[in-house]
Design a protein around this ligand. Sequence first.
Ligand SMILES: *Cc1c(COP(=O)(O)O)cnc(C)c1O
Length: 368
Amino acid sequence: MKNYLTASISESAVRHNISVLRKRIGPDVKLCPVVKDDCFGHGMDILFPVLAECTDGFAVAAPMEALELRSKGYHGFILCFLSAYFDDFKVQDELVWQEITQTVMSKSALDSIEKAARRVGKPARVHLKVDTGMGRLGVPATQAGDLIAAIQESANVELSGIYTHFATADEQDRTATQNQLDLFRSILPEQGGVTIHAANSAATLDWPETHFDMVRMGIAIYGCHPSDHMRNRADLKPCMSVKAKLISVKHMREGSRSGYGLTHEFNRDSRVGIVPIGYGDGYFRSLSGQAVVRINGRNAPVCGRVSMDQMTVDVTDITDAKVGDEVEIISADPSAPNCVENLARLAGTIPYEITCHLGHNMRHRLVD
Ligand SMILES: *Cc1c(COP(=O)(O)O)cnc(C)c1O
């Protein structure tokens, strides 16, 4: 962890996003924040108390993430998307013991949860995941009825929810999502009593008919839109900004070059600043020569190749730039050229990947 790099997370932005999203789903639908991968790189340690206060549970990917939430003293609903590894009996038992809601997607997964519940002497609570067209984890819709029956027959496993996941809810073409929704509806049992959920951030914003009993939202809570074409769907505020400091400033003669491959040539006498962040810290190498950082409110283009732990920025036009000045790597202002969504576009990826990568190697700080 590099303590000279800081990701500042705005508590008021997160609370604002949750209140906007709550208004969308209404009072009868639960809001379950998806906090996998350290809250998409925003930092579980600092966001946990905020989210625990204003949401209805948590969803994580890995079993260890679920157990970590329990170790923070959280007693509420936790849904885990992935199972404990098939031969990891210790974690299987721990999930039952700690009352984590596990995902069942096959008969063999059900069997191992049933066995763990017997070993532990406690019933296990599960949600069934149905593959309605995403073609990833989940029981094929045609076999969902059989698996529901098998869960209901098992002595120590209790079915408390059924869910699916959309592959294209963030796209303009609505066909595939409509097909997934129709198929999902067709496999839902007639008797109630289980929590039905399907919507991710994109579906929550664009498909009110997918809200059912609960929505699972990640990216929107952190203030980014799921895709470019959804940019104006809701008044979301990005909550992350990332800062570093200039550690060196020097003059470069016209015609000199910088960085691996000497790809960048200065076409005038220039001043270059060195910033101690690189692709090892999650700043994409593909942003070389593409992105800008901001220093004293001015743009400084990233020039030359981004290295593992440092990069060079052109500060020729920022005449007062000096060692120790703050460098804004990511801006929380959605109209800034270095906002997450813009960096994602320049790097040819999605906002999710930008925040996940940048979050790992730096200090997180909760700010207003
Ligand atoms: C990651 C994930 C989500 C959250 O998706 P967003 O697009 O960030 O809202 C919801 N459901 C499942 C199953 C996921 O894996």
